[in-house]
Design a protein around this ligand. Sequence first.
Ligand code: DLL
Length: 434
Amino acid sequence: MFQPEYEAMERQRLEGLQLERLKTALIRVYENVPMYRTKYDEAGFDPASLQSLADLASVPFTIKDDMRACYPYGMFAVPMKDIVRLHASSGTTGQVTVVGYTAGDIDRWADLMARTFAAAGAGPEDIVQIAYGYGLFTGGLGAHYGSERLGCSTIPISGGNTKRQVQVMKDFGVTVLAATPSYALLMGETALEMGIDIRDLPLKAGVFGAEPWSENMRLQLEDVLGVKAIDIYGLSEVLGPGVASECENQHGLHVNEDHFIVEIVDPATLQPVPDGETGEVVFTTITKEGIPVIRYRTRDISRIIPGECSCGRTFRRIERISGRTDDMLIIRGVNVFPSQIEQVLTGIPGVAPHYQVVLTKRGSLDHVEVHVEVGADFAFDEIKALERLQKRVKAEIVSALAISIDVKLVEPKSIQRSEGKAKRVVDLRSEGSK
Ligand code: DLL
C-alpha cells in the first residue's frame, strides 16, 4: 500500500475523518459557489446543520447540467489565481465541462494515483508506459503524476501510433501499461502483426479503465498480454482516474473514501439503496479545493460489495461499472448494457472482442443489430461456417440476456479501432428508417 495509514484506516476513525471533511466541504461550497448557495437556500438546507454522515442523504444532488449551466468557471470554489491546471470532459453530447485543480488538488491526485499503481503491484523499480491520452482528458496526466509519485520510470507516450507503442514497450522493457482496455487489446493485436508476442516481454501489469469492460475481456487481456489486468475508475467531474481502483484480489474497486464519499441511489426514486443493491453511483468530494462536487450523480451503474477485502484495505468496494444510465439499451422492455453483450461475445470461440451495437429505426420501432468481428483466423468466405457462428452468437445472446436482437458478423478489422475510449453504440435512429 502506498498510504496504509489511510488505506487501512479503522472504519470508525475513517468515518470521523469523512464527517469532519464533509462539514468543511459543505461550508466551502456554500460560501464560494453561487450555484450551491442558491440551491441550498431554495431547498431550505443549512450546511451548518449537518451532524452525521447519514444527514448527507438530505442534501440536494448535483448533476451534469448544473456544471454546464456554470460553464466555464462558475463551479470553481477558489479564485483563478489559485487554479494551476484545467482539464475538460467532452462527454458524448452537449457542451464540455471544465474542471480546475489547485496545487493541493494536484498533489492529492498524485497520491491517489500512486495508490492505484501500488495496488496493481507496481513500485519504484517499474517502468510504466502511459498510453492514456495526454491533454484535456484526465487519463494521461493523472496516471503520469501517480506513476512519478510512486517513483516509477514513467514514459509519457500518450495514445496513438500503435506500432511505436509496441516498439517502445519492447525496447524500453516496460513492466506496467496504463491504457484503456480496448486500446490495450489493439496493442496486443498490433504486436502480433509485428511478430512480437507481448507475453514474452517483461510486461506484468495493466492498469485499465476509462470505459466499461467485462470480466471476459479481462481474461482475454490477461491472456494476450500476459499481465494482471487491474480495473481503475474515475471521472473528470470528481477528479479523473484515482477515484476507485482494484487491488490484487481483482474483486471490486476500492473507493478512496478518505477523499470521496460514495453512495448508491435508486435512479428512479433517488433514495440511497442498502449495500449490495445496484443503482446509480453518487460521489461527494471532501478534499477537493478547485471544484468540489456534492452528491454528484455520475449516471454510472454499480453496487457496493458488502464485506471486507482480504487485502487489508478498509475502503469499501464498488463492483465494476456495468454501464451508464445513458448507455443503457431498452430492448423490448429489457434493460441491457453493451458490456453485458461483450461478456457473451468474448466467451464464444471464433469471434473477436470487437463489436458495435447499431441502433436504427424500422418504422416506428427501434431495431438493434450487433456487429461482431470474426476472429482473424476464421475463414470468412466459408458461408456454412459463418452461418453456424452467426446462429450461435445470436442464440447465446438470447439465452444469456433474454433479448432478441440481430447479429451481423463482419470481417476482421472492419470495426473502427479507438486509441482511447471505444465507441460501442452507434445510434443511427435519427437518420431515418433503413
Ligand atoms: O475516463 C477518467 C479515467 C481515466 C478513468 C483513465 C480511468 C482511467 P471521463 O473522461 O470524465 O474520465 O469519463 C468518465 O468514464 O463516468 C464512466 O462512465 C467511464 N469510466 C471510467 N472508468 C471506468 C471503468 C475518465 N473502469 C466516465 N469502468 C465514467 C467503466 C469507466 N467505466
